[in-house]
Write a protein that binds this ligand. Sequence first.
Ligand code: 1HE
Length: 263
Amino acid sequence: MAKRPLKLPKSLKVERRGAVAILTLARPEKRNALNDTTVLGIETFFDTLPAGVKAVVLNAEGKHFSAGLDLSELKVLTTEEGIAHSAMWHGIFHKIEFGRVPVATVLHGAVVGGGLELAAATHVRIAERSTYYALPEGSRGIFVGGGGSVRIPRLIGVSRMMDLMLTGRTYGADEGQMFGLSHYLVDDGQGLAKAVEIAKRIATNSPTTNFAILNALPRIAEQDRASGYVMESMMAAIAQGNEEAKKRIKDFLEKRAAKVERK
Ligand code: 1HE
C-alpha cells in the first residue's frame, strides 16, 4: 500500500476562497478513480487544513465525479491486504465525516462505487442533472469497502442499496434527489457555485454548533432515546454557554441579526 504523501498528489487540487477550501479530484483521464495515492492525499488535505478554513467543497474535474475504486490496484491485493486497504479507506472517510469542517460535495456524471462511498462520508451533496449513481461491486465480484454498507443504507435504506448492488442498476439525478442521496439538484455547470454558496453560509455558523452537528447529532440519532436526550442536553448547554452564542442571541434581540425568512 502506498505511503501517505506529505504534499498533495497530482490527482488533487486545492483552491482557497476565504473561509472555504475547494478540494478537487483531478484525475479525469481515469475518471477520478480513487487510487491509494489519491485517498491518502485526501487524508493529508483534511489533516493539514489551516485553522481559517471553516468549510470545504469537494469537486471533481472532467465529465464524471468518480468511477470509484481504482480497479487496477485491487487486482494485486491478497485477502489480508484487502482488509487493510478497506480499513485505510474507513479511517480516512471517518475523519471526513466526523471532522471539524463540514464538506459540501458537487456531484456530476458517474458517482460510482467508492465515489459514492466518498460522497456519502461528506455532509451536503449538490447534484448536477448529469449525475447518476451505481454500486457495480456485484458485477465486479467484490463488495463495498469504503464504509458504503454503513453509510448508504442510512441515506436510502438497506432495501434500495440491495437493489443497486444486486442488479447493477443506476439511479438518475432525480431518483438520487428523491431517495436522499443528494440534498440539492441543480442544472449542469451550476454545482460548484451552489456548493461554494452553501459552504460560505456554513462557514458563518459558530464552530461549536458545526462541531455538534457533525459529531454529536449523528451519534445521538443512533443512540437509545434516553442516552440521546442526555447527550443533547449536554451539547446544548456547551453550545449556548459560550460567548459566541451569547453574542449571536444578543444581536438578534437587538435587531442586528437576520430573521429566518423564506425567500
Ligand atoms: C478506471 C476506472 C476504475 C475508469 N479503475 N481505471 N468502478 C467501476 O466499476 C466503474 C468503472 N468505470 C466505468 O464504468 C467507466 O469508466 C465510466 C462509466 C465511469 C466512464 O466511462 P468513460 O467511457 O467515460 O471512460 P472509460 O473509457 O471507461 O475510462 C477511461 C479510463 O479510465 C480508462 O483507462 P485507459 O487507460 O484505457 O484510458 C479506464 O480503464 C479508466 N478507468 N474507471 C481503474 N474504476 C473501497 S471499495 C469500492 C469498490 C468500488 O468502487 S467498485 C466500483 C469500481
